[in-house]
Design a protein around this ligand. Structure first.
Ligand SMILES: Nc1ncnc2c1ncn2[C@@H]1O[C@H](COP(=O)(O)OP(=O)(O)O)[C@@H](O)[C@H]1O
Ligand SMILES: [Mg+2]
Length: 308
């Protein structure tokens, strides 16, 4: 007997989708992949207002958000509306639309981190090109480098490091908005930062990512090394997920040359293939178990863990 049906929102299930499906299966839940692009809102007063393919008769017991497709502002708002609406209808959304909205937008992430009193690099978000140019010129004159990032980017895409005045020609906005951040040189040899994986306020795994250059994304060829996360770093990662109200997150923390930690990013839809290759715990199972116990009160999880 299936205990419940879960929707995994994704357009590209791949390895991560399989890991989740398997973890749900193991606990007696069936999981199906659905694209947010195929969902609808039908406001007619008698049918279910949220139409999810495969769940037309009954909404899923919970949804796991593995991917929100890009698109026009209207498209993205629509996808987030579906997630908001599901939560309003009482369906647990893991991570919910609030968390996704805040973390997909790098400007808002920076603001919320700083607002929560957490260390994060000096950042500017501006509309005016001349102002952006002036900020970069001033930083360069002070001997600093500046990262220019797409507001909604991920996996290191579109990030530039402005190192000298001639690089200023490369300064492009992210659809009209400039997101600029002071470059923080990291401690140690070469380039590296730490990815801390937090689930329900606990740092469950961590790895050092050693980049081929100043980009430490695994998708850009960074090497993963298992590390034991120290208590200060874990505390910081946990506070970051609390500030952004996330069920789980991949938090990127860089140690500067003075030894201080600074939070670079908080991912609400993090990949964990690289991390899984070097850590002991089963990341997908930990997330699935957290979702099932906290949101669906599934008694099965503890029982099954004990008998495993
Ligand atoms: N301010 C910074 N100082 C130093 N390195 C940075 C800074 N911002 C980003 N990086 C490097 O670039 C990588 C990608 O940046 P990030 O903001 O996480 O964007 P993305 O969402 O594309 O992963 C980081 O993991 C880090 O290695
Ligand atoms: Mg990142």
């Amino acid at each position: 007997m299936v205990l419940g049906r879960i929707a995994i929102f994704t357009d590209d299930p791949g390895w991560h989708g399989k890991q989740l499906k398997f973890a749900f299966d193991l606990r007696g839940y069936s999981a199906e992949y659905v694209s947010l692009t195929a969902c609808k809102l039908v406001i007619d007063g008698y049918s279910l207002p949220i139409v999810i393919p495969g769940f037309e008769q009954q909404l899923p017991a919970a949804v796991f958000v593995r991917g929100v497709p890009g698109g026009t502002l209207e498209e993205v708002v629509f996808y987030l509306d579906i997630l908001h609406a599901l939560k309003i209808m009482g369906v647990p959304v893991y991570n919910d639309a609030y968390a996704i909205e805040k973390s997909v937008d790098k400007g808002m992430t920076s603001f919320l981190l700083q607002h929560a009193g957490l260390p994060t690099p000096v950042t500017w978000e501006v509309r005016d090109r001349n102002e952006a140019l002036a900020i970069v010129a001033e930083e360069l004159a002070l001997g600093r480098m500046v990262m220019s990032k797409p507001l909604f980017g991920s996996q290191g895409e579109g990030i530039r490091r402005i190192e000298k005045m001639t690089d200023i020609l490369w300064l492009t906005s992210s659809r009209g908005i400039y997101y600029l951040q002071r470059f923080v040189a990291c401690a140690g040899v070469g380039f590296s930062d730490v990815r801390v994986f937090v689930i329900n306020g606990q740092a469950v795994a961590a790895m050092r990512r050693r980049g081929l250059s100043w980009l430490n994304n695994v998708s850009r060829g960074a090497f993963c090394e298992a590390i034991a996360v120290d208590i200060d770093m874990a505390a910081l990662a946990i506070k970051a997920t609390l500030a952004l109200k996330m069920d789980y997150a991949g938090v990127d923390i860089l140690q500067d040359q003075l030894g201080n930690y600074t939070i670079i990013e908080v991912n609400s839809i993090p990949a964990w293939k690289g991390l899984q290759s070097v850590c002991e715990v089963n990341v997908a199972q930990l997330m699935v178990d957290d979702l099932l116990t906290r949101y669906l009160g599934s008694p099965n999880v503890e029982k099954m863990k004990q008998s495993a």
